[in-house]
Design a binder for this molecule. Sequence first.
Ligand SMILES: [Zn+2]
Length: 305
Amino acid sequence: MIIDQIGEVGEGIYMLGHPAVPIFLVDGDRPALFDAGLALLGPEYARQIRQVLIDRQPAWCFLTHSHFDHCGALGYLKDQFPKMKVVCSSKAVAVFDRPNAVALIADLNRFASGMASDFGVDPGQTSFTLFNIDVTASEGDCFNISSDQTVQVMETPGHTWDFLSYYIDHNKVLVASEALGTPDETGYIVTDCLVDYDVHLQSMQRLNTLDVETLCLGHICALTGSHAARHMVDSISQSRRFRHMVEQLLDQEKGDIQSVMKQIKAYEWDGKTGLRQPEPAYLLNLKARIKTVHRKWEKRRHDAT
Ligand SMILES: [Zn+2]
């Protein structure tokens, strides 16, 4: 099933906030949040968390990566749920230690507050605030949600270097976020490989070996059953298609990244209806996505001469 509405997406598994920028909650003795979305949606996340947990608090918030739309409301949620422990990779900690990176996270959250009416919330009611990280996690670490639910940490770089995916074997839940592609409403999948093409592909191939019943993506929807399995395969195919498209455009434009950017933006962003990623964030990502292919393209040309 493709689930693009907020609510329970599997037994005790909830997609909260807004499907465009969701956070996930897995209930148990020690309830776990996955990611912390946009600052703008902080009060909405908290309200919906309380609808599920009533007077209990999340015990954990597992961050997949340090992007502005995955950690934006974390400061707010920590204030609301002070018992919650924040978990992320040591590489994400290093990002949060850099003042320039934090300023960019705050800026992009401020820009996104212009989308308040799209999300049906009041603009400017919360802004990004910094938070403390309680636990750094790495490959193979395990955290208990309940006696039979354990969160396993998988290092799956490629979208970013600091990326962690989380797998709960008991109910076959995979929080892959943007380690896998993000579909838009037409079904087109954006594979957001920002740092290294081969590393990203390897991470997707590794995730594709898991037995997954509920797949929690970074944006737009959660997928269950055969849709989850198909999305993992489709993300891998789309990654190869994107690489091919960029390589052809680089040939055509003689390596001019700006020209290639313009053409891909026209193809996958300009004509898109509905809720879109904020333009500055899209452009930052698009340039990085093209550069990961450009590096391979240049190397191939260099090797051929
Ligand atoms: Zn991201």
